[in-house]
Design a protein around this ligand. Sequence first.
Ligand code: HEC
Ligand code: HEC
Length: 230
Amino acid sequence: MKDIRILVIAVVLIAFSFTGVIVRVASVEGQTGESSGDKKMSGGGMMGGGMMDREGMKEMMQRMMPDMLPPGIKPEALPEPDSRGAKLLSRYCTQCHNLPSPAMHSAVEWPAITNRMFSRMSMMSGMMGMMNVENPSSEERQTIVAYLQAHSMRTISPGALPAPESKGAVLFRETCSQCHSLPDPQLHTAAEWPKVLERMRGNMDAMKKKVISEQDRKTIEEYLMSHARK
Ligand code: HEC
Ligand code: HEC
């Protein structure tokens, strides 16, 4: 089932990519006479124009499924940015979308997610070379997963929340488990939580989720601050 879904995504991606690229090149050339659309192609290959390059593929994925892709962080924002794990993550996991943060998912969740990504890479790197995707070795895969797990999010099961019946707990549970599991309120101090919430507002916007009202943000903030790490 999952394989079929991935295949459909890949095929749609390819179909979409060529029409998108051709339309864009045509319209750019029509307007200015210079072909800035060339940036989307990387020489030689199909349609007399060429394969999609990385940036072209990422841009298109972002257009097609912004709600499903990590909004992305900067490589220098990764924990231990000079470690081999961080380097491999930056190299392999930015081929189709922005760089995912290890803190987005728990250590328990990462293996299933990375397996989904690895099978895409295997498949797409094998697709007649059309997609230009690099496939990590099994040793590199292990290093990536270990790195993600080492810097993953500490989560809490909804049943273990403090003051579980309070309005804050209910809103927190509903709002903050849409893209990842529920983070443990003890993850941050009261001073840190407001900044995290502010960043999540940006993530909600980027991933096309309903951005929470100011009122709800405040209720969640108060809840997290009162159960924060001391
Ligand atoms: C070949 C293209 C491709 C590569 C390379 C790739 N991804 Fe993805 N990724 C996708 C697609 C397509 C989606 C959206 C569908 C989905 O979630 O499966 C996605 C979504 C995601 C998401 C958001 C969904 C979620 O469950 O939170 C995360 C996180 C993610 N990828 C992590 C990674 C990591 C880590 C790597 C490197 C090991 C990686 N990706 C490499 C194609 C790719
Ligand atoms: C639209 C999707 C989305 C929603 C909804 C969301 N998050 Fe996140 N969250 C992310 C992404 C993406 C990351 C990893 C990148 C980052 O840290 O910004 C993340 C990471 C985190 C982290 C780990 C990073 C850190 O600074 O500790 C915490 C904690 C967190 N979210 C808390 C929350 C809370 C609290 C809410 C509810 C107000 C929430 N999230 C709602 C997308 C989301």
